[in-house]
Structures are given as structure tokens and as C-alpha cells.
Design a protein around this ligand. Structure first.
Ligand code: MLT
Length: 261
């Protein structure tokens, strides 16, 4: 058994529900879901390599990040299958976890994410931003990203959330963040996996998402047999932070309906 490299928190008891954060945030972004779900299941949140309290990896990739999640479950002695959900980059890790460890998955959550890989142009851009972050630090992203992550309704009605997102980005490590950009650029296309998913799957997208359009979620819904898709009004990319009550209700109802709680 490899040593678990990830910082994590476990709240509650019962069926394991693992939540994987977005770029460039940390497990802190799931605080609202932990509060809501910990009374009815075992919620596990984690910091991906190079984020929050987790050290960067020596050879960062989405595939090795998924292996780290498996090591964490080993350390927690969770041998049976889990519900695992991830937002955006977290979703890339979740799909990769499914690719490598399908028997460890009892249900999937794909939030504001997509199955496809980056285009050559997107890869090039990520490498440029990674260089800039390594040289200039987190301000490169902290100043520009909150407005991209939040939808226009949130920008108008809840500017405090943009400040909170900025705070989470600023708290990140420039090394881990730059590594993650390179890891995302190098991720493989997971579209081929979608029709092999035969576990309950919840897909949530924000109608106002400027980072990954809701149409990517519609494509996943078409390919995953029996998947539930919800396109959330008045939400951008950060669906769980922008519309927490709606998000929690969808997740809880889905977990109950699928016999996962
Ligand atoms: C995220 O929110 O995790 C990122 O925006 C994903 C990406 O850049 O592809």
C-alpha cells in the first residue's frame, strides 16, 4: 500500500461520499456541503496535490492525483465502493478515478466539468499561465479568476462570494497551481469512458458558466446511461458556492434516490 500523500477531512459516519475540489481552490470550498451532509453520511474532502495542505507531487498528472485519492481511501480502510463527486478539475480527477478503479465507484458526481481533453491552443495557454504563476505568484489568478468563475447573477447579487473565492485562490501555492495547470493540459480524453459508466451519475452545470459551458454537461448526459442532469439557473462555474441550497438539495436527493445514503 502506498502512503497517502493528501491532506483530508472526514465528517460524519455512514456511506462514504468523497468530494474533489476545483482549480485553484481546496477542500475548503466544500464547507457548505460538509455541513449539510455530515449528519447522514461520511463526507470526505481532500486537498489535491499542491493545493491546500497537500504537498506538490514530483510528477504531477491527473492520473497520479486519482491514484492519490485511492491511497487516501486505503488509509481510511474504505475498501467498498464510494460515491465520488468533483467540480471541474475535480471532475477530471473523478473520471480518471473511475477509469483506474471502476470497482471502487458506487456513484459519480460530475459538476461543472467535461469529459474532453484540452485543444492544442488550450494546452499552450495553460503552459503560458503556469510560467507566469511560477514567476509572479498567485496574484496572476487571484485578480482575474473570481469574475470568470462566478456567473453574472452572482457578480451582481453576491460580490462577497467573489471576494471569498479570491481569498481561497490567494491562499494557494504557486508551485502546486502551476503544476496543476500542466497536469490538466496533459490529461487524456475521458469521453470513451462515459458509455462504460453503469453507476448512478449526477451531472450539474451552471446556466451562466463561462469556463465550461453547460453544453458539455449535456454531452455527458447523452453518453452516460440513466444520468441525471440539472442545469442550474443563476449559477456560473462554482455551482456549489453560488447556489448552495439548490446544490445541496440536488445532491442529497440524488444520494437518497440512488440508495447511496
Ligand atoms: C476548474 O475550475 O477546476 C478549472 O477551471 C478547470 C479547467 O481550467 O479546465
Amino acid at each position: 500500500m502506498n502512503k497517502n500523500p493528501l491532506a483530508y477531512e472526514v465528517h460524519g459516519s455512514g456511506a462514504p461520499v468523497v468530494l474533489v475540489h476545483a482549480f485553484p481552490l481546496s477542500k475548503v470550498m466544500w464547507a457548505g456541503q460538509v455541513k449539510e451532509l455530515a449528519g447522514s453520511c461520511k463526507v470526505i474532502t481532500l486537498d489535491l496535490p499542491g493545493f491546500g495542505e497537500s504537498a506538490p507531487q514530483t510528477s504531477p498528472s491527473i492520473a497520479t492525483a486519482a491514484q492519490s485519492v485511492a491511497c487516501l481511501l486505503d488509509e481510511l480502510k474504505i475498501v467498498g465502493p464510494v460515491f465520488i463527486g468533483g467540480l471541474s478539475m475535480g471532475g477530471y480527477v473523478v473520471l480518471e478515478f473511475f477509469r483506474q478503479f471502476p470497482t471502487r465507484v458506487r456513484g459519480l458526481g460530475l459538476f461543472s466539468t467535461r469529459a474532453g481533453a484540452d485543444s492544442d491552443e488550450q494546452k499552450k495557454k495553460r503552459h503560458e499561465i503556469a510560467d507566469k504563476v511560477r514567476k509572479e505568484g498567485m496574484s496572476v489568478l487571484a485578480n482575474s479568476m473570481p469574475a470568470k468563475l462566478a456567473g453574472e447573477t452572482t457578480a451582481k447579487e453576491n460580490p462577497l462570494l467573489l471576494e471569498q473565492i479570491k481569498g481561497m485562490i490567494t491562499a494557494g501555492s504557486s508551485v502546486g497551481t502551476a503544476d496543476a495547470l500542466i497536469a490538466m493540459a496533459g490529461r487524456v480524453d475521458s469521453s470513451d469512458l462515459l458509455d462504460k459508466i453503469h453507476v448512478p451519475t449526477l451531472i450539474i452545470a451552471g446556466a451562466e458558466d463561462k469556463v465550461i459551458p453547460a453544453s458539455d454537461s449535456e454531452l455527458m448526459k447523452k453518453a452516460v446511461v440513466g444520468a441525471d442532469l440539472h442545469i442550474m439557473a443563476k449559477a456560473g462555474h462554482m455551482v456549489n458556492l453560488e447556489q448552495p441550497e439548490q446544490f445541496n438539495l440536488l445532491l442529497k436527493n440524488f444520494l437518497q434516490k440512488s440508495g447511496l445514503l
